[in-house]
Design a protein around this ligand. Sequence first.
Ligand code: ADP
Length: 254
Amino acid sequence: MAIIEVKNLAKQYPLPDNKSKSFFAVDGISLAIEAGEIFGILGPNGAGKTTTLEMLEGLVDIDGGTAFIDGIDVSKEPYKVKEIIGVQLQANEYFDNLSLLELLTLFAALYSREIDAEDLLDKVNLLEKAKAKPGNLSGGQKQRFSIACALVNNPKVLFLDEPTTGLDPQAKRNLWDLVLELNKSGMTIVLTTHNMEEAEILCQRIAIMDHGKVVAEDTPQNLILQHAAEPPTAPLHGNIEDVFLALTGHGLRD
Ligand code: ADP
């Protein structure tokens, strides 16, 4: 059953060089994301990935189309949606005079939830940092802590916006393990990335976005079989970057 249903979703922003005119940052996309899957939105910078997530999270207004999460209309009941989603943003700022344990307890209180903050820190492998301040964490630890913050309301759906951007390979792998672990417990996870390897390893299905549109949506294996340029000599030939090139004519980092 689809836990997220998006139909013709659109967002307009003013053109950077002519504010009296606008363009579609998200241009009428439709998605059905199943409960319990890890779904990736892949695309180069400016494709509209973050804007899509921000609309689903109720952080920016929806200009066109509809989005339902677990049957709740995001535009009509944004507060109800916020109770069942967890949001990890690209960059987080915390009050740096509080420890990780104190911050999690504070966030839970904001949701009127009772949590076992130590248990949550353990889940993201940060228990030994319980008394540390966020400013003293490494990049990977900060990302894992921001996921812990997104989990305080025990969400059904977790949104991760480029969770591994800027992380070293080991920190990236630790974060992938955490995402897979959370998903094993039944959590639906929607993430954006421009890292092909990440999408292939983590996601059961991927939507590829370019210029505000979804240009393809399938399992990584099917996308590779259908779109990677050369005929397969092995069961899986090429990678998601080949798929992206075949569909858009330019690379993910262009
Ligand atoms: P991505 O996450 O794929 O990199 P974004 O969703 O951040 O893409 O951006 C899509 C487009 O919308 C870009 O051209 C970006 O500059 C523009 N955009 C995003 N947010 C705003 C905003 N608040 N105001 C104006 N333009 C924006």
